[in-house]
Design a binder for this molecule. Structure first.
Ligand code: ATR
Length: 278
């Protein structure tokens, strides 16, 4: 019997940690599976879905999806979870009885990292999310489910933040604003950088006044060291700063549990993959 086949698909895919992570999980839980990395074609437009279909025909059971295919994966799926639906993006697929079932575990992975690994409960806290792109969209429902006292989404283009908040319609106190509005919005317990600014070494125009004395600052990017956002947080005295390594491992653990029905341990792997911030 061949092992059950899984893979991550993206472009480029050379630096992916997914095969390492899932290989580690498989070993730890004693699951008979293989997990590869596939560079999906960007052209022609049907290249992505053709590659996924070939993988399914060859017996593939599931895939993780990374940039730039999260929207294409959404479009080709037959069934989607609510959080995949809201984020408009898919990061995990399961192939069952000829159907493609789609999920997005990025947000749950993030919330789990913050609450369980970093021991910062979100319930009753004031939470600020910077950015209203794909990453912020994925995080919104899981954050709302964790019952913060207040959830604020700030974006350069305020309309985009507003549309996101309206679409979420999950009740509770969720508001959208621009960066300048943050000056008068008081201090937050948790500030999450879900913009793509760090990828180009930029700082979102967030005022230092948003950080409370006991705030946590969380950078979604992984392995970028002390980004301008984390540097700002540290400069104003924030003690709890973290990057996205825990989120990376936790979203993988969610997908693994969804595929295999067994939840792997994550602590040792997070420690192993942690790149010191400075
Ligand atoms: P992702 O999937 O990583 O979220 P995206 O959907 O392209 O990528 O969204 C990028 C997000 O980063 C947006 O919220 C963008 O803000 P705008 O919508 O106002 O453009 C935000 N962003 C990118 N560079 C930024 C910068 N230098 N400062 C502040 N926000 C930035």
């Amino acid at each position: 019997m061949m092992s059950d086949r899984y893979a991550v698909i993206g472009n480029p895919i050379g630096h992916t940690k997914s095969p390492l992570i899932h290989g580690f999980f498989a070993q730890e839980t004693g699951q008979d599976m293989s997990y590869g990395a596939i560079e999906g074609p960007v052209e022609p437009a049907s290249g992505f879905s053709d590659t996924v279909k070939s993988f399914i025909e060859a017996g593939g059971r599931g895939m993780n999806v990374t940039a730039p295919f999260k929207l294409a994966a959404f479009a080709m799926s037959d069934e989607r979870s609510e959080r995949a639906e809201l984020s408009g993006a898919v990061n995990a697929m399961k192939f069952e009885d000829g159907r493609i079932i789609a999920e997005n575990f990025d947000g749950v992975g993030l919330v789990r990292d913050i609450e369980v690994n970093l021991q910062r409960p979100i319930a009753g806290k004031r939470v600020l999310i910077l950015g209203a792109g794909g990453a912020a969209r994925g995080a919104l429902l899981p954050f709302a489910a964790a019952r913060p006292a207040e959830l604020v989404v700030a974006n350069r283009h305020v309309d985009k933040a507003r549309a996101l908040v309206e679409q979420a319609a999950v009740g509770g106190s969720i508001t959208a604003c621009g960066y300048a509005d943050l000056e008068s919005m008081g201090r937050f317990d948790l500030v999450v950088n879900a913009t793509s600014a760090s990828l180009t070494g930029q700082l979102p125009p967030v005022p230092a006044s948003v950080f409370s004395a006991s705030a946590s600052a969380y950078e979604l990017a992984y392995g970028k060291g002390l980004t301008p956002f984390l540097r700002l947080a540290r400069e104003v005295g924030v003690q709890g700063i973290a990057d996205g390594v825990g989120m990376l491992v936790e979203q993988a653990a969610e997908a693994f549990a969804w595929w295999r029905g067994v939840r792997p341990q994550t602590r040792a792997l997070i420690d192993r993959l942690t790149v010191p911030l400075d």
